[in-house]
Design a protein around this ligand. Structure first.
Ligand SMILES: CCCCCCCC/C=C\CCCCCCCCCCCCCCCC(=O)SCCNC(=O)CCNC(=O)[C@H](O)C(C)(C)COP(=O)(O)OP(=O)(O)OC[C@H]1O[C@@H](n2cnc3c(N)ncnc32)[C@H](O)[C@@H]1OP(=O)(O)O
Ligand SMILES: Cc1cc2nc3c(=O)[nH]c(=O)nc-3n(C[C@H](O)[C@H](O)[C@H](O)COP(=O)(O)OP(=O)(O)OC[C@H]3O[C@@H](n4cnc5c(N)ncnc54)[C@H](O)[C@@H]3O)c2cc1C
Length: 674
């Protein structure tokens, strides 16, 4: 290291005192957050495997060119695949490995969407043909839905698949510029096959959007097939970030594919060109999106907890002001404003972990039901996955940025890990459904549910509270002092009443309007807020359910109770205008909530470092000088600076061409008037 002495071999732990003050059993919390003992052991083993393998190093990502970054991501994916095969890793272990490698790449779409869509929409015969090859990566697939002109409006896609009975083939065509497939991950450079969403035309009739498999590159030399135009769409936001992914563009010029390449589980075209639908709901064609959305919800806590771990550890190390009379300066984590910005995010990371566990259960449950031809809760699952994907990604992206600011100037350095984390995560607000579009889907579900309630149908699952709408729209909140807010049923009723009242107000407006679609559009900002309130209620209720359960480990349950209350009260105070405008709360009750929230900050403070330790992120995974486990921030910031390529030479490249002429006045000469 240049300029300062290396610290000795002695291990440092600048956070030891913080850790000693924890009031709960951290290891038990780690197991809870991992999802159980088995999951904890798998995660620990795989995280260490990745951290100790030099191929998976990632320090350079923000510095290298896009081309190098991309090539390196191919190397990592290939190396990972080799390890998976050699060690015979299970699917669970492989997925953990992908997560710890921490770099988006083509395999995400291949496994996450191409294979999932095949499972959901291909007949058994088709699965036999395609899945066998896909599972061994003999073909690489992507999910080619979005086009240059349409992403959200799936029914507006323009690519056509026209059936030609004379050859028993579909002809794929991109009739306009806007029909160019645009965005699919893995398409740009890696994929050999694409799952193409195109309008099915047979017998001159347009049957709307369906899925087809098209080979796009040769399996011999990877060259695009004739009449296929394919490439990468260009550099994306931020350094590193999502740039390791080859999001691509694709055009077909009358490319012929066999009729059997249409995925035919939900609908088929016969040899004669007759279109036939199965009796299953056509929405099953959106199944891969539902799968990824639940996965995104389950992952939100991982991303948010990474940012929060960095910000909490750094805030405990960083000191500013107050260092008088031989006293050390104040740790910035002790400032109330820092706590006010940071601790609700810590509580949110816990909340999202819990709702993520529930989401996985919900997805497993609906999968089993669908296998038994029970489609009854598909609309609710769609609303839950869409809505929770929307709120968890928006809050997580904003939360990462907040954590960056909480780290002051050093947060702006790539060495903090936060700029790249934000760049990699923020597209989650857009992909797999723009977050506003998804909340509007939830709003439609709420209006539909209220209409059904009015006609006597009892709502179930996360909408069950709407069956209690009479009570929720007339009851008054009973809180008369701060600690009343610690009662779980008081909190739950507040969130239910707020959500029910907002939904009912919207439903009444729409019902009274002469044109309900026009009214829906006019009211869409309010509908989005009502949908958000409903989704926040889901998270609060799942957290409350969990916090009431007994858990092993001293103090673990108590910490979850504190965080649950903090999460709910932080939402309540942030969105207090909803609670006030719906008439459920008074200003005084909101003030009590604020006082109680402050009291909870004091409960979190001594445990803050241990609470982030419980997320168990390795230093490799965090990739942050500020968030290191040992808190040795300054040494590593300093060391890191010297690794920058700009510091490779003492006198910079370009000095002789561009700096020296300026300094020696040779640019303007002695007559310059400046
Ligand atoms: C490093 C190497 C490691 C190697 C390791 C190898 C081994 C690893 C092993 C395993 C690893 C696994 C890794 C997996 C990792 C996964 C990571 C994933 C990362 C994420 C990547 C992100 C990719 C992003 C991809 C995309 O973005 S794909 C495109 C997504 N597009 C959208 O989301 C479009 C949004 N628009 C819509 O969803 C719809 O069109 C709309 C908005 C719903 C429009 O609806 P509209 O009402 O106009 O029309 P209709 O279409 O007619 O719908 C009406 C009715 O249908 C209901 N509906 C709608 N959607 C759904 C749905 N999804 N499900 C059910 N029902 C739905 C709707 O409610 C209406 O119902 P109705 O009753 O009212 O009629
Ligand atoms: C990193 C990344 C990876 C992606 N990977 C894939 C992939 O693998 N495969 C794939 O097929 N696609 C992929 N996509 C595309 C992605 O799914 C779409 O970008 C996304 O669904 C949003 O659609 P859009 O771009 O058409 O946005 P638009 O719908 O054009 O949205 C633009 C704005 O208009 C608003 N808006 C649009 N319609 C309405 C409405 N009805 N009411 C109110 N507001 C509205 C939106 O809220 C938004 O603010 C990816 C995108 C990104 C960024």
């Amino acid at each position: 290291m240049e300029g300062i002495e290396e610290r000795g071999v002695k291990e440092v732990d600048y956070l030891a005192e913080e850790r000693a003050g924890a009031q709960f059993h951290v290891h038990s919390m780690k197991i809870f957050l991992a999802g159980g003992q088995h999951e904890y052991e798998v995660s620990t083993r795989i995280a260490n495997l990745v951290a100790n393998d030099p191929v998976f190093a990632k320090e350079d990502r923000a510095r290298i060119s896009r081309k190098e970054l991309y090539k390196n991501s191919l190397k990592k994916a290939g190396h990972a695949w080799k390890i998976i095969l050699e060690k015979g890793l299970t699917e669970e272990e492989s997925m953990r490995m992908r997560a710890f490698i921490d770099e988006p790449n083509y395999t995400d779409l291949h496994w996450g969407m191409f294979i999932t869509a095949l499972k959901g929409q291909a007949t058994e015969e088709q699965q036999h043909k395609w899945l066998r090859q896909a599972y061994k990566l003999a073909i690489i697939g992507c999910y080619a839905q979005t086009e240059l002109g349409h992403g959200s409006n799936v029914q507006g896609l323009e690519t056509t698949a026209t059936f030609d009975p004379s050859t028993d083939e579909f002809v794929l065509n991109s009739p306009t510029l806007t029909s160019t497939k645009w965005w699919p991950g893995g398409l740009g450079k890696a994929s050999t096959h694409a799952l193409v969403y195109a309008r099915l035309i047979t017998d001159s009739q347009d049957y709307g959007v369906h899925a087809f498999i098209a080979q796009i590159r040769s399996l011999d030399d990877h060259i695009p097939l004739p009449n296929v135009t394919v490439g990468d769409i260009g550099v994306k936001f931020g350094n590193g970030g999502y740039n390791s992914m080859d999001n691509g563009l694709l055009r077909f010029d009358h490319v012929r594919i066999p009729r059997e390449n249409m995925l035919m589980k939900l609908a088929r075209v016969t040899e004669q060109g007759k279109y036939e639908r199965s009796n299953k709901p056509r929405q099953l064609g959106y199944g891969a999106m539902v799968y990824i959305r639940q996965g995104i919800v389950a992952e939100a806590s991982v991303y948010l907890s990474r940012a929060v771990t960095i910000a909490v550890r750094y805030s405990a190390v960083r000191r500013q002001f107050g260092g008088k009379d031989d006293k050390a300066e104040v740790q910035v984590i002790d400032y109330r404003t820092q706590q006010h910005r940071l601790f609700p995010l810590l509580a949110t990371a816990y909340a999202y972990r819990i709702v993520g566990f529930w989401m996985k259960w919900l997805y497993a449950d609906v999968t089993e039901r669908l296998n038994n031809n029970d489609f009854s809760n598909l609309p609710e699952v769609h609303a839950c996955t869409a809505g929770l994907k929307s709120i968890t990604t928006s809050v997580t992206a904003d939360g990462i940025e907040q954590c960056r600011k909480l780290c002051g100037g050093h947060g702006y350095l790539c060495a903090s890990g936060l700029p790249e984390l934000y760049a990699a995560y923020v597209p989650a607000c857009t992909y797999e459904g723009d977050n506003t579009i998804l909340l509007l889907q939830v709003a439609r579900f709420l209006l539909k549910t209220l209409t059904q309630v009015a006609s006597g149908t009892k709502p179930v699952g996360t909408a069950a509270y709407l069956g209690n709408v009479q009570h929720l729209t007339s009851v008054n909140c009973e809180v008369s002092q701060g600690k009343d807010w610690l009662n779980p049923s008081v909190l739950l009723e507040a969130f239910e009443a707020r959500s029910a009242r907002m939904a009912v107000a919207c439903a009444m407006h729409v019902a009274e309007a002469p044109d309900s679609e026009l009214a829906f559009e006019e009211l869409s900002p309010e509908l989005v807020e009502a949908a958000r309130a409903h989704c926040q209620l889901i998270v609060v209720s799942k957290f409350i359910e969990q916090a009431q359960k007994d858990l092993p480990g001293e103090g673990v349950k108590q910490q979850l109770e504190v965080l649950c209350n903090l999460y709910a009260l932080s939402l309540l105070t942030t969105h207090s205008s909803d609670f006030l405008a719906t008439g459920y709360l008074t200003g005084t009750q909101v003030s009590h909530a604020k006082d109680q929230q402050k009291a909870l900050f004091s409960c979190v403070r001594p445990n803050a470092v241990a609470l982030v330790d419980a997320f168990d992120h390795t230093d490799h995974y965090l990739g942050s000088a500020l968030g290191r486990y040992d808190g040795d921030v300054y040494t590593h910031l300093y060391k890191g600076a010297w690794k920058d390529p700009l510091n490779e030479s003492v006198v910079t490249e370009g000095y002789h061409e561009y700096l020296r002429p300026v300094l020696t006045q040779q640019l303007w000469g002695p007559t310059s008037k400046l």
